[in-house]
Design a protein around this ligand. Structure first.
Ligand code: FES
Length: 191
C-alpha cells in the first residue's frame, strides 16, 4: 500500500462516510480498507498527538453502517427460580427488554437481537453474545433484566464504532467487564 499521510487517512474516511455502502461484499471491502487505514493512521497519529482511532463510519443521524447480532439466551434463569412459564425466565425478560431498548436506540436498525436457546454459560445467567462479520466476537454472562440493559446498549454502540470490534476492558461499561467469558478474533480473511 502506498504511504499515506494523516490527511490522506482522514480524507478517505470522510469519503467513506459520505457514500453509503450496501451489500455484504461492499461492507467487507470497506472493513478491509478501514483496517488498513487504521494501521497507517495509528502509527502516524501516535507521534502527531492525534486521536489513535479513526472515527466510525456514521450516518447523518449518528447511526453506523455496519450491523451486528446480539444473541440473548432466553432459557437462562436464576438458581432455584421456576422453569415455567418460560416467558418468566430472566433470560427471556432480558431478551424482551433489549429488543425494546434497541427499537428506541439510534443504532437500533444496525442491531439484530436474536433469541438463543442456550449459550452454554448456564452457571452465569444471563448469557449474551455479540458478533459482527469481520470483527471480534464476545460472550458475556451475569447479565440481568432491568440492571444490564442500558450498559448492553452502550456497549453495542461502542462495538459498532470500532474498526474491528475490539473493546478493551476499560472501554466497556462496568457490567460488561468482569462478566466477560470469552472473546474470539475475526475469522482469517474476514478483514
Ligand atoms: S440456559 Fe442460558 S446459557 Fe444455558
Amino acid at each position: 500500500m502506498p504511504r499515506l499521510s494523516i490527511a490522506d487517512c482522514e480524507a478517505i474516511v470522510r469519503a467513506l462516510d459520505e457514500h453509503s455502502t450496501q451489500g455484504l461484499h461492499a461492507l467487507r471491502a470497506a472493513a478491509r480498507l478501514r483496517q488498513r487505514l487504521e494501521q497507517a493512521y495509528v502509527s502516524k497519529a501516535t507521534s502527531a498527538s492525534r486521536p489513535t482511532r479513526l472515527p466510525a463510519l456514521h450516518e447523518p443521524d449518528g447511526s453506523t453502517h455496519r450491523s451486528c447480532t446480539l444473541h440473548v439466551c432466553t432459557s437462562c434463569r436464576a438458581p432455584g427460580s421456576p422453569r415455567e412459564p418460560k416467558v418468566s425466565r430472566a433470560g427471556f425478560q432480558l431478551y424482551e427488554q433489549l429488543r425494546a431498548a434497541f427499537q428506541e436506540s439510534p443504532n437500533g436498525s444496525n442491531v439484530e437481537v436474536r433469541p438463543a436457546e442456550c449459550l452454554s454459560v448456564c452457571p452465569r445467567p444471563c448469557g449474551i453474545a455479540l458478533s459482527l462479520a469481520g470483527a471480534w466476537t464476545y460472550l458475556f454472562g451475569d447479565q440481568h433484566p432491568g440492571g444490564s440493559t442500558r450498559d448492553i446498549v452502550d456497549c453495542v454502540s461502542h462495538y459498532l464504532a470500532t474498526a474491528d470490534g475490539f473493546m478493551p476492558r476499560e472501554q466497556r461499561p462496568q457490567s460488561l467487564r468482569a462478566s466477560i467469558l470469552g472473546r474470539v478474533p475475526p475469522l482469517h480473511g474476514e478483514l
